[in-house]
Design a protein around this ligand. Structure first.
Ligand code: SF4
Length: 281
């Protein structure tokens, strides 16, 4: 049975495609993993990718990817996939196709071609505008022209960008995401994404060594969101979520879930800036 806590990407024995029940999508999501080598340019301390290492996505065999996507969609829409995995009918359960893998997908040299391929395949199966096509990204590569092209195309196929943003300070990005990217650059990338395609900010919150995010860090995050709202950056909102599955990083034992009311109260404060906030505990 597929469950919201079972996100094994090799479940069907395919190279690039992995169906999961996603709590954030609220149903069945077909994941596309371009980082089959478990390489990412960041190392978030809550990252659930086993064997994560710093590097680039490998070459992608687009023909194999197209074949796998076709056969999984055929199985879900015309075969017995949903009954095999005890899911409601595909028309009720299939929510999205998500470009989200074991690393940063926009590091792939064929990211824009992959978006094109998803759009044409979704069109062939009559899924365009019926399901979302979601890009889950750390946003670090959105300044690159080829990535911007891919995101522009995404906006034409009912796409959304889910842009990871865990801290409003460069020091916070360094300690949570192990990246040296300055927050000002990430903000520019976020604004670019939001102008090209519907974009949600995705923020993970957790307790580190038993302590929730510092009050000062919360205030700076709130100010950051207020400033985006005042500048009328066209964001869809914030997806605020806690840790659902264990981190595979050395910091794992230091991380714990925050109580649901902590997230609810933080979400309420964020909503006071005028932004929509969806919470997944
Ligand atoms: S950006 Fe995503 S894949 Fe990369 S380290 Fe962070 S959580 Fe893991």
């Amino acid at each position: 049975m597929l469950t919201a806590t079972d996100h094994r990407r090799d479940r069907l024995g395919l190279n690039y495609i992995y169906p999961v029940v996603s709590r954030r999508a609220g149903g069945l999501s077909i994941g596309i993993n371009l980082n089959t080598n478990n390489a990412c340019n960041w190392r978030c301390i809550y990252c659930q990718v086993p064997g994560l290492w710093r590097g680039k996505a490998p070459d992608v065999d687009l023909q194999t990817l197209a074949h796998e996507l076709n056969s999984v969609l055929t199985d879900i829409l015309q075969g017995d996939f949903c009954s095999r995995y005890q899911l409601p009918a595909a028309s009720d359960s299939l929510r999205d196709i998500a470009i989200s893998g074991n690393g940063e997908p926009t590091n792939s040299g064929v990211f824009a071609q992959v978006v094109e391929l998803i759009g044409s395949t979704a069109g062939e199966f009559g899924l365009l505008n019926k399901i979302k096509i979601v890009l889950i990204t750390n946003g670090s590569q959105i300044y690159r022209p080829s990535v911007k092209n891919g995101i522009t195309r995404l906006s034409q196929i009912n796409g959304e960008v889910w842009f990871k943003f865990d801290s409003a300070t460069t020091a916070g990005l360094r300690s949570i995401n192990n990246t040296g990217v300055p927050v000002a650059r990430l903000r520019r990338n976020l604004e670019t994404a939001a102008k090209l395609c519907p974009t949600w900010i995705q923020t993970c919150v957790f307790a580190l060594d038993g302590r929730p995010p510092a009050v000062a860090a919360q205030e700076l995050y709130l100010q950051f969101i207020s400033s985006l709202m005042e500048n009328r950056i066209p964001l869809k909102g914030i997806l605020l979520y806690g840790i659902a599955r264990p981190s595979q990083q050395p910091e794992a034992s230091r991380l714990t879930r925050l109580p649901a009311d902590w997230l609810a109260q933080y979400a309420a404060r964020l909503r006071s800036t005028g932004i929509e906030v969806k919470v997944s505990v």
